[in-house]
Design a binder for this molecule. Structure first.
Ligand SMILES: [Zn+2]
Length: 843
């Protein structure tokens, strides 16, 4: 129950007496449930909170993807970086609701309208094998899906997650299915049942739920002082990058479970009804025939527990530990061993920690590590051994930890912490820190990963200290990842994982450089030293057809952490008259014979531990035949908006408009050729709604206003007008980024001025064409484009264009926020036309 806290970058877990009491009760439970869905936020946190803290079952959530295809409401991270944030948000949610977290290698490639498309893009065989691997390792008694495996009006990933879970329910038990997963403690596994958890929002009045198993999951947990609905809300509110904060609930929450399959053919034939999802499954220690003495000892430990003196339970726990061998099942034996060790550390008031003197260290260099142990209870504890990272043998310590003075039952005087410091040299071949699924470039639908890590939310730190203790005559081992601990003057004490950094981080400022006709672009590369006195040569490797000057630059960086920026000039060779094809330039730092070509990126948000990942030092060079009319752009950013940087790269002068500029009204806007609002700007900026009159006056006076998509749904209803004439935003989207686009109004200025848009301009788009298209509009609007996903009717609402007074108003659901940062030339040409508002090219 405290396991996740150890993996996280936080202080070591220090459960209070109520949490210990709950942990003791959990010792007597040996049952497990695995919940399966597609994305971070799909999981039923109320059910997870109830199962983990009420039923005290081992509870897991397998999210097939990491949510990397979504939109980010708290920063500019997209794609894999967003998946990394969402992984940590799920771990943060699990620390609240007490479940464990798993993933497959599947990528969230964006919205999908069918499970068939989803399974084809993911590589069904590979993802099914990953679901099976998680089932074989977690060994659930019962599997629960969030979605139906039958076709439904929902995201294709959702239905696909249920199809995979149902197939995996059978395949995990088949010794011929991926036999390479078997061995080393992993065997085949047949879960007893699999259910579809249909919640109230899925149940139509016409659905018959009389046969479903039912469960009210909003109980109150008096030890924790919270209901499962309250825990669920706190857990769900960790999905901050999706803006999913929710209120705590205190009403009954009835969950429905429809049996999808059972290992018992009779039960499968009867279909239902079952009283509960675990009916007839013994989830106590009685399931292990020989565990009679153990059961008695656990009961005794629970009965004797005194919240004012948890240390009095230590002898009982030591006895429980001695009887764990009665558990015939190796998996449950080691699970209970982990629980007992955590409880012992908690009851003995032990604080065990391993910290480094710096937050980073490069392979081949040394970092000072401090191992700390303090006994805050009257229980005598001996620290026998401390083993620092990468050491074959531990240090014999044989130290009796001092115990605090006692006054009645409460501890009144502090004990002196025991500390041992050691300079730890990281092996030269140790891989720098990056998430295991980002080590190799991914396929369209699948990340690659070392088989040892498949299923894990994150890999455990390779740099950890193990402590050997003797408590009550028995030996216990406690491991701690090495963290860096510091004091932030505002936040107080903070922890972060120790980072293994490359000798030099090589990071180009932009991953894409656009080259409008005849331009030379500046490439800026940032180097950060991971080792002292890094000296070498920085060399941009120019692809064929491109020239980079200078050809190389020598560098000397000095102390660890020193940064230097280098600039190069890049231009396409146009000697033959035509521009070269787009190409990838790699920037390499050469130090002796070593060639370094990755940069360190850090993600910092207050609700998750600091994350580090490596990106290749590659820059895509993209020529674009771009004509621009009117360069002065006023930009009202949406959350994490990268469009302004993209526009600047192709020569626009972009001014970010804050609340003050908007409050100043139309006269302050008059100097701009166009004003642009980023995605969701009206959803997230209340003041923008008040600026509508000023924006319309600006258009009336000859300006161009371009609004990118906003959402209009239950959670974020738009109650203000956006344009000069009415239009409604709906839920329509075109998710196939290759969907054909037809020109419904070929003569529209949007398609002709100043760039003549041709079908080729819709090639190379990424993830999707667009989303939140307009669904109804006034006849003043022109709709120049039409497109649709395969098998669907044509959609005209991706682009609305209207003249108003002397100016132009544009609404577009086209996903420019993805295409421009990704360097899609056609998207730049079309966006330039929207900004031009019908004006021909500037002189
Ligand atoms: Zn979902």
């Amino acid at each position: 129950m405290f396991r996740h806290a150890v993996l996280a970058a936080g202080p070591p877990p220090q459960p209070n007496a109520a949490q210990i009491a709950l942990g003791l009760r959990k010792l007597g439970v040996a049952g497990s449930v695995l919940y399966v869905a597609a994305h971070p936020d799909d999981e039923n946190t109320a059910l997870l909170a109830y199962l983990a803290n009420g039923a005290l079952l081992r509870t897991g959530y397998l999210s097939v993807t990491r949510g990397d295809g979504g939109q980010n409401l708290i920063g500019s991270e997209q794609g894999p970086a967003l998946g990394l944030i969402r992984t940590q948000e799920l771990l943060a949610a699990r620390r609240i609701d007490g479940a464990e977290q798993f993933f497959t290698r599947a990528r969230d490639f964006g919205f999908s309208k069918s499970p068939d498309e989803t399974l084809r893009i993911w590589d069904k065989e590979a993802v099914l094998a990953d679901v099976v691997a998680v089932i074989r390792k977690f060994r659930p008694d019962v599997i629960v899906t969030r979605f139906s495996p039958e076709p439904a009006e929902t995201h294709g990933h959702h239905t696909a997650s249920a199809i995979l879970a149902l197939e995996a329910f059978h395949a995990a038990a088949d010794p011929k299915f991926h036999p390479e997963q078997l061995g080393g403690g992993v065997g085949v596994w047949q879960a007893r049942r699999i259910f579809w958890n249909r919640s109230s929002f899925f149940i139509k009045p016409t659905d018959d739920v009389s046969g479903d198993a039912k469960l009210d999951v909003d109980g109150f947990n008096p030890l924790l002082g919270e209901s499962y609905g309250e825990m669920a809300a706190d857990s769900r509110s960790m999905h901050k990058s999706q803006g999913f904060g929710v209120a705590r609930t205190r009403t009954p929450i009835v969950e429905y479970f429809k049996l999808l399959a059972s290992a018992d053919p009779k039960e499968a034939a009867a279909g239902q009804p079952l009283g509960g999802i675990l009916d007839g499954i013994d989830v106590t220690l009685r399931r292990f025939a020989g565990a009679t003495r153990l059961r008695g000892l656990v009961d005794k430990a629970i009965a004797k527990f005194d919240p004012a003196a948890p240390s009095a339970t230590v002898p009982a726990l030591v006895a429980v530990d001695g009887a764990l061998a009665e558990i015939s099942d190796a998996g449950w034996r080691s699970e209970k061993q982990r629980e007992v060790t955590s409880l012992l550390v908690a009851c003995a008031g032990l604080f065990v920690d391993a910290t480094a003197a710096d937050y980073r260290a490069a392979p081949g260099t040394a970092v000072e590590v401090t191992a700390t142990a303090v006994d805050r209870s009257p229980v005598p504890v001996t620290l026998d051994e401390v083993r620092f990272p990468f050491e074959a043998n531990g240090h014999d310590v044989g130290h009796k930890l001092e115990t605090p003075k006692q006054q009645g039952q409460l501890v009144s005087g502090a004990a002196v912490p025991f500390e041992l410091k050691q300079s730890v040299k990281l092996p030269a071949e140790l891989a720098p820190t990056t998430p295991y699924w980002l080590e190799a470039p991914p396929d369209a639908g699948l990340y690659h990963a070392d088989p040892a890590f498949i299923g894990l939310a994150e890999r455990a730190s390779p740099v950890e200290v193990t402590f050997g203790f003797t408590i009550g005559g028995r030996k216990f081992t406690v491991a701690r990842p090495v963290s860096y601990k510091w004091t932030d003057p505002v936040m107080g004490e903070r922890y972060r994982p120790l980072e293994v950094t490359p000798a030099v981080s090589v990071r180009p400022e932009a991953s894409v450089l656009m080259f409008p006709r005849g331009t030379v672009q500046t490439l800026t590369v940032h180097l950060v030293a991971g080792v002292p006195s890094a000296t070498g040569v920085l060399r941009p490797e120019a692809p064929a057809g491109w020239t980079v000057e200078p050809a190389s630059a020598p560098f000397t960086l000095g102390a660890v952490g020193n940064e230097s920026a280098f600039t190069f000039h890049v231009r396409p060779n146009t000697a033959g008259g035509s521009a070269p094809a787009s190409a990838v330039l790699r920037v390499v730092a050469e130090i002796g014979s070593a060639r370094l070509s990755r940069g360190v990126v850090r993600i910092e948000h207050p609700h998750i531990p600091i994350q580090t990942y490596l990106v290749p030092s590659d820059v895509r060079l993209v020529p674009v035949d771009l004509a621009v009319a009117g360069k002065r752009i006023g930009y009202i950013p949406g959350p994490g908006d990268e469009v302004p940087a993209s526009l600047r790269q192709v020569g626009y002068e972009v001014t970010i408009l804050g609340d003050e500029a908007l409050a100043a009204g139309a006269p302050a806007l008059a100097r701009f050729d166009a004003v642009v609002a980023g995605v969701r700007a009206f959803n997230t900026n209340e003041r923008l709604r008040a600026a509508h009159a000023a924006l319309m006056a600006y258009v009336d006076n000859g300006g161009t206003l371009v609004l990118q998509y906003n959402t209009n749904n239950r959670l974020a209803a738009l109650t203000v007008p956006l344009g000069p004439w009415p239009f409604e935003i709906g839920q329509k989207r075109v998710t196939d980024e290759t969907a054909a686009v037809s020109f419904a109004a070929p003569g529209s200025a949007a398609l002709t001025t100043p760039n003549a848009i041709v079908p080729k301009d819709f090639e190379g788009w990424v993830q999707e064409r667009g989303l939140y298209f307009a669904e109804k509009w006034d006849s003043h609007y022109e709709t120049p484009l039409s497109m649709h996903d395969p098998g669907e009717p044509a959609q005209a609402g991706s682009l609305l264009w209207a003249r108003h007074g002397k100016g132009t108003f544009v609404y577009t659901g086209l996903a420019f926020f993805r295409q421009l940062p990704a360097g899609v030339p056609g998207a730049y040409r079309l966006f330039a036309n929207l900004l031009a508002g019908g004006h021909p090219r500037s002189p």
